[in-house]
Unconditional design. Sequence first.
Lengths: 249, 53
Amino acid sequence: MRSINTLANPSTFMRISGAVIPPLAVIAAALFAVGLYFVVNSPPDYQQGETVRIMYVHVPSAWLAMMCYTLIAVSAIGSLVWRHPLADVSMKAAAPIGAAFTFLALVTGSLWGKPTWGTYWQWDGRMTSVLILFFLYLGLIALWEAIEDYSRAGRAVAILALVGFINIPIIKFSVDWWSTLHQPASVSRFDAPAIHSSILTPLLVMAAAFTLLFFLLHLKAMRVEILKRRAARMMAQAAQPGFVFQPAE
Amino acid sequence: MDLGPHAHFIIAAYVVTGATLLALVLWAFLGERRMQRVLSDLEARGVKRRGGG
């Protein structure tokens, strides 16, 4: 527990993340290059033809939209139970990234839906629950901005995040529970994946690249948030009576 | 590479994805650079950094 607390110290986090980010960026770029090579050279699907290529950006985006919210919910527990400042920072940093990946899942899903199903949108369980996830992300971002005090904002956001977490299993199982245009799970099944390896390989490489990019962005956004809080404390210090600014050089 | 009759849907999906991911990368990387500048400016004007976080 002591080592976790040491690692979770913001200064230690800044030092370790600063060392980890450059190699992570190189690996992510390499994975994207390999993934795109596979995407270009993968065969068309026997039913969907070339439009199956949209899957290589749609599915990783949808996975990350849900994974990011799960990370926020775990951070929310860390914030509410242990009142750890890095848990707050993690929640705040993840929300815009999660919103962006959910936006991508919705837009690329619509672009895939039109040629496949004949419609951009259908108010079914899967699509509606993902749209709700997008609004949840926007709600978390708005709540952070609405409350000035960091710890009060963190508690409010953590409660909203945990309440909203009910949407994650709804998204996952919506295709099994309700009649829907959306296909059921093809990769994360209890038995073997229902996708041929020539299509599964590019999908998994792209998913790995997206996931690595997500962690890279999350670490960077956490660093930005830590620096913002440092700056806010320094400005509060400068606002104390008697403080005299040195002239800027 | 022939993307067939639905090429514009495929291209649009990749363009939107590329633009969004690029925007995220710029947001994160330029954000840190901007905050480092703000902190350096505050330190240069005599405000001391206290504590870890």
